[in-house]
Design a protein around this ligand. Structure first.
Ligand SMILES: NC(=O)c1ccc[n+]([C@@H]2O[C@H](COP(=O)([O-])OP(=O)(O)OC[C@H]3O[C@@H](n4cnc5c(N)ncnc54)[C@H](OP(=O)(O)O)[C@@H]3O)[C@@H](O)[C@H]2O)c1
Length: 323
């Protein structure tokens, strides 16, 4: 069968031939229609992941959308490709653990497969950071860093849906600002390299019309450092990525003075039920028209372009069409 095959760490996968996966107990064969290329795919394929280097060659792809080969049921699914032995979603057919297959209900019929694929675990992460880790309450103020990214757009839309009083987006470019506003941001703070920390704290607080209750942070580094200083009493900063650096300076006075919390998040800690519920929530927003994620759809032959575009971290999700 046709697949994208990774032969060398740090290189894009190439179109190639792989033996079709066999039918196995407790596994489901999915005929894949669309699979996104996400930052974690790139990290795993770099060979430098904290999760270890995968054996080569392998088919990357941690998630996808398709039809169950045996029944035709439309599903979203997750794999462990790159984190554990086995092939992933960038193939015509993928063997998936039964617990990692989530049926897509009929009310999602109008959400195209490539859109479901683009939202996927990025949307799950945004939803769970806000609801599970931060326990966001209606009426609270939310600041989303990296808001032009896929996680960021989903977080802005989710904060709106969860009743946040004010949603502030922080991002770097005109395109990112437009995406954040479309997702529902009340105000946008532009992150400009070299900005004094105190100016950024003031900008966050002014845009939020007060101290911030919840920060969703896929960036870390200087932006998170300033965001943590903008937290309200009892505020929570949830970090789920390090696009702006693996370290951030945190003010003890700001944290202890406000009994504020800095929390970490990984999708890998979710139970299948949590993941399925969160996916349902974010896809419902897409079905209702309140979440639209920018994406570029590529043919399998063009997977190297999809991969390279994803590594630019532009906030536009690369999605590969498999059939
Ligand atoms: N822990 C988890 O379970 C989990 C789950 C999903 C994602 N993540 C992580 O969350 C992060 C975001 O994922 P994503 O899918 O949203 O990625 P994405 O769609 O590629 O977007 C990344 C966004 O981050 C911004 N960005 C990149 N480098 C930056 C920097 N140096 N300073 C400030 N902003 C920067 C960009 O902002 P502009 O558009 O403003 O330039 C871009 O829009 C990734 O690190 C990903 O691995 C973690």
């Amino acid at each position: 069968m046709d697949a994208a095959v990774l032969h060398a760490y740090g290189e894009p996968p190439a179109p190639g031939d792989r033996p079709p996966p066999p039918a196995e107990q407790d596994r489901v064969l999915v005929e894949v229609t669309a699979a996104p290329v996400v930052p974690l795919d790139l990290l795993c394929a770099s060979g430098t992941s904290y999760l270890g280097a995968p054996a080569l060659p392998y088919v990357p792809g941690l998630q996808g959308v398709g039809r169950v080969a045996a029944t035709g049921e439309r599903v979203w699914f997750a794999t462990s490709a790159g984190m554990a032995p086995g092939d992933g979603s960038l193939a015509e057919v993928c063997s998936v653990a039964a617990a990692d297959v989530i049926p897509l209900s009929a009310d999602l019929a109008d959400v195209a497969d490539d859109h479901v694929a683009a939202i996927g675990l990025s949307g799950v992460a945004a939803w769970m950071c806000l609801t599970w880790r931060a326990a966001l309450q209606p009426g609270e103020r939310v600041l989303v860093l990296g808001a032009g990214g896929v996680v960021g757009q989903a977080a802005v839309a989710a904060a709106r849906r969860l009743g946040a009083a004010r949603v502030v987006a922080a991002c770097r470019s005109d395109a990112a600002e437009a995406r954040a506003r479309r997702a529902g941001a009340d105000e946008v703070v532009r992150l400009v390299e070299g900005t004094e920390a105190r100016d950024l704290v003031a900008a966050f607080t002014a845009a939020a019309e007060g101290p911030v209750d919840v920060v969703l942070d896929p960036v870390f580094g200087a932006a998170a450092s300033a965001a943590a200083r903008a937290l309200a009493h009892g505020g929570r900063l949830v970090n789920l990525g390090g696009l702006g650096g693996d370290a951030a300076e945190l003010s003890s006075a700001a944290l202890r003075g406000r009994s504020a919390s800095v929390l970490g998040y990984t999708n890998n800690a979710l139970t299948p039920a949590q993941r399925a519920d969160a996916l349902g929530e974010v896809l419902a927003m897409a079905a209702a028209g309140s979440l639209e994620v920018d994406r570029q759809v590529h043919a399998l032959d063009d997977v190297a372009t999809a991969w390279t575009a994803a590594s630019a971290s532009s906030g536009v999700r690369s999605v590969v069409r498999l059939r």
